[in-house]
Design a protein around this ligand. Structure first.
Ligand code: FAD
Length: 550
C-alpha cells in the first residue's frame, strides 16, 4: 500500500527545505513527504495523487504566498481531500488570517514560524493530528477503479469483462458520486465512458477489450508461430479439448473473443453437472478449467476474436480481428452460441441501459428492490430469474409458450419463490425509454390483450444462435448456422464434395479436413455443459488421430 502523503507548500525555498527536512526525519518512515513551492503547482499535483487514488493525511501550508494564500489553497484542496488535516504556517502578522481560516477551511491548527525546536513545537502538534486522522480516515480502494454510468453499454462490457476474468475492481457511478464525476472530468473533457483508473496512475478512456486485456496483464498474443491445435472459443467444449490436448503434450492455443467460460461461465449455479451435488457456479467451473489447462501448458488468449480460417495444404491459418494470424495443423470450432437480439425499435439503443442479454450478473445488484423482467423459458432464463430475485423486488418471467421448457428442478424453484411471477403465452411487443429502459409492452397471445408495464430492466434469454459465421464459406452448416460434422456431412454414404482424404470425416470433423466442431455450435448437440465437455474431449481424441495421419 502506498504511504499516505504529508503535503507541504511554501514559496520560500529555504523554509520549504527546512520543513521538508524536519518532516522527513520524523515521519519519513510512515508517510511520503511532498514539498511543493507554489499553491497552483500543488493543486495540479493533488489531481495526480487523486487519479492514483493516493491519500493525503496532512497539509502543512504557508499562509503568505504570492499566487494564492495558504487559506485559498486549503479551500481548494479540501474539496479533493476533505479528511486530510490542515495546518497553516504563519508569521505573527498573519495570525488574524489564520484565526479566520479556522472557520473558512476548517483549519486544525496554525503554527507560528519559526517552529524550532520541532520536538517541542512541531511534532507534538502533528503527531496528535495524524493520530486523529488515522482513527477516522477511510482509506481508499487500492485496485482498479471503473468510473461510468449504469446506462453506458461500454461500462457494462468492461465490468463484465473484468468480472469474468475474476479481476477485482471498484465501480464508481458518476451519476451518484460527485467526486467520481470530478475524477472523470479531470481526464476527459468529452466525458467518454468508462474511464478506468489503475493503481499506477494510468487511465484508459473507453478502451476496447483488447487494450484493457493488455493493460491488466492478460495474454492477448500467441507465444509460438505454430501450434498443433488451435481451439476457437473457451467455453466448456473448448476448455475440455484444451485440457486433454495440453495434458498429452500438444502445443495448444485457445482463442477467446471475450473472457473464458462461455455461456456456462455466466451461470450462477450449474446444478446438473456430474460430480457437483450442490451445484457449481460458472465462475468457479471456469476458474478451475482455466488453471487446469494452463497447468498443462495451454495458452489462452483473451479479447481476441477469430474472424477467418484458411486452409493451405496441411496448414490451417486462423486470422484474428487485429489482423494477426496463427498457423496450426488442426482447428476446433468451439464457438458455442449466443442469445438472439431483440428485433424491435429502440432495443439496440437501450442495450446496456436496462436491456441485457444473458444473465449480466454484474448488473443484477443495481436493481435492488426494483421490478425486472426476464424474457425466455429455458434453463438459462430460469437461473437468471432465480438469481435476480435475490435483489429485485419482483421478477416477471415472460414465456411465449404454454409452459416453461426449463428443467423441473428450476421450474419448481421458480414456483416456490414468492418474488417470481411467470406469465405464460406472453409475447414481448415493445420496449420504451429515452436514455434507459422505462416500460415494456407485453401481449397475451391467447387473449390478445396487451399491457404496458413499468420496467427497470429486461434480461433477455430468448433463442440461441450458433456462432459459426467465421466458417460460413468453408464448412457445411444447417439453415440456422449449426456446423455439420461426421455422418451429417455425408451424402449417400459419400464424403462431401472437395473432401481430399481417403477416409470418411471423423465423428466431430467438419466437411473441411482438420477442422473439427464441438459443443453448442455443432449440429445435433444437446446444449448442456456436460455435452459440451464430452464433445470437447471426444474432439481431442479425433484430432489426435488426424494429426497422426499427417
Ligand atoms: C445463463 C446460462 C445458464 C446455463 N446453465 C446451464 C446448466 O445449469 N446446465 C447445463 O448443462 N447447461 C447450462 N447452460 C448451457 C451451457 O452453458 C452451454 O450448453 C455450454 O456453455 C456450451 O458450451 P460451448 O463450449 O459449446 O459454448 P459456449 O459456452 O457458448 O462458449 C463459446 C465461447 O466461444 C467464444 N467465441 C465465439 N465466437 C468466437 C470467435 N469468433 N473468436 C473467439 N472466440 C469466440 C465465445 O465468446 C464463448 O466464450 C446455461 C447457459 C446459460 C447462458
Amino acid at each position: 500500500m502506498a504511504k499516505p502523503v504529508i503535503f507541504s507548500v511554501d514559496d520560500d525555498p529555504s523554509v520549504l527545505n527546512s520543513v521538508e527536512r524536519d518532516l522527513r526525519s520524523h515521519y519519513g518512515q510512515d508517510y511520503r513527504i511532498i514539498p511543493i513551492n507554489s499553491g497552483k503547482a500543488a493543486l495540479d499535483y493533488l489531481q495526480k495523487l487523486e487519479q492514483r487514488n493516493e491519500t493525503v493525511a496532512l497539509f502543512l501550508v504557508d499562509q503568505r504566498m504570492p499566487e494564492m494564500s495558504g487559506t485559498e489553497f486549503l479551500a481548494e484542496a479540501m474539496q479533493t481531500y476533505p479528511q486530510a488535516k490542515r495546518v497553516l504556517l504563519t508569521a505573527y502578522a498573519d495570525t488574524q488570517a489564520a484565526i479566520a481560516s479556522i472557520n473558512e477551511v476548517g483549519l486544525d491548527y496554525y503554527l507560528m514560524k519559526p517552529w524550532h525546536p520541532p520536538d517541542e513545537k512541531l511534532y507534538p502538534v502533528l503527531d496528535e493530528l495524524l493520530e486523529d486522522w488515522k482513527i477516522h480516515v477511510r482509506l481508499p480502494y487500492e485496485g482498479i477503479r471503473v468510473a461510468g454510468t449504469l446506462w453506458s453499454l461500454a461500462s457494462h462490457e468492461v465490468k463484465d469483462f473484468l468480472t469474468r476474468h475474476q479481476i477485482p475492481y471498484q465501480w464508481l457511478d458518476i451519476e451518484k458520486d460527485a467526486s467520481a464525476r470530478k475524477l472523470v472530468e479531470g481526464v476527459t473533457s468529452e466525458i467518454k465512458l468508462p474511464v478506468i483508473f489503475f493503481p499506477d496512475g494510468k487511465t484508459l478512456i473507453e478502451p476496447d477489450l483488447k487494450t484493457l486485456a493488455d493493460k491488466v496483464g492478460l495474454q492477448t498474443r500467441a507465444e509460438l508461430p505454430f501450434y498443433d491445435l488451435v481451439v476457437i472459443g473457451s467455453g466448456p467444449a473448448g476448455l475440455a479439448a484444451a485440457v486433454y490436448a495440453g495434458s498429452e503434450g500438444l502445443k495448444c492455443l485457445v482463442i477467446e473473443r471475450a473472457a473464458p467460460g462461455g455461456q456456462a461461465g455466466s451461470s450462477p449455479k450449474i446444478e446438473n453437472y456430474l460430480g457437483f451435488p450442490t451445484g457449481i457456479s460458472g465462475d468457479d467451473l471456469t476458474r478451475r478449467a482455466v488453471s487446469q489447462a494452463k497447468r498443462f501448458g495451454v495458452e489462452i488468449l483473451s479479447a481476441q476474436e477469430a474472424v477467418q480460417i484458411e486452409v493451405k495444404d496441411a496448414y490451417r491459418i486462423v486470422k484474428l480481428k487485429d489482423e494477426s494470424q496463427i498457423s496450426c495443423h488442426a482447428v476446433l470450432m468451439a464457438t458455442g452460441a449466443s442469445f438472439h437480439k431483440l428485433k424491435m425499435p429502440g432495443a439496440d439503443a437501450l442495450t446496456g441501459a436496462g436491456i441485457y442479454y444473458g444473465a449480466a450478473y454484474t448488473e443484477a445488484v443495481n436493481y435492488k428492490d426494483q421490478r425486472v423482467f426476464v424474457a425466455g423459458g429455458a434453463n438459462s432464463a430460469a437461473q437468471g430469474a432465480l438469481y435476480l430475485s435475490r435483489f429485485a423486488s419482483r421478477v416477471t418471467v415472460l414465456i411465449r409458450g404454454r409452459e416453461p421448457t426449463a428443467s423441473k428442478y428450476l421450474v419448481d424453484a421458480m414456483s416456490g419463490n414468492e418474488k417470481i411471477e411467470i406469465l405464460l403465452n406472453t409475447d414481448l411487443m415493445e420496449v420504451k425509454g429515452t436514455n434507459t429502459l422505462e416500460q415494456i409492452v407485453i401481449r397475451n397471445n391467447h387473449s390478445d390483450e396487451s399491457q404496458t408495464c413499468d420496467a427497470s430492466a429486461l434480461f433477455v434469454f430468448i433463442g440461441v444462435r450458433p456462432q459459426s459465421q467465421i466458417v460460413s464459406g468453408l464448412v457445411m452448416r444447417s439453415d440456422k448456422g449449426y456446423i455439420f460434422t461426421g455422418p451429417d456431412v455425408m451424402t449417400d454414404k459419400k464424403p462431401p464434395r472437395g473432401w481430399t482424404l481417403d477416409r470418411d470425416p471423423f465423428l466431430l470433423e467438419t466437411s473441411a479436413p482438420g477442422i473439427f466442431a464441438a459443443g453448442d455450435v455443432r449440429y445435433g448437440t444437446n446444449h448442456r455443459v456436460a455435452s459440451a465437455v464430452g464433445e470437447g474431449a471426444i474432439a481431442y481424441a479425433l484430432i489426435k488421430e488426424y494429426l497422426k495421419g499427417l
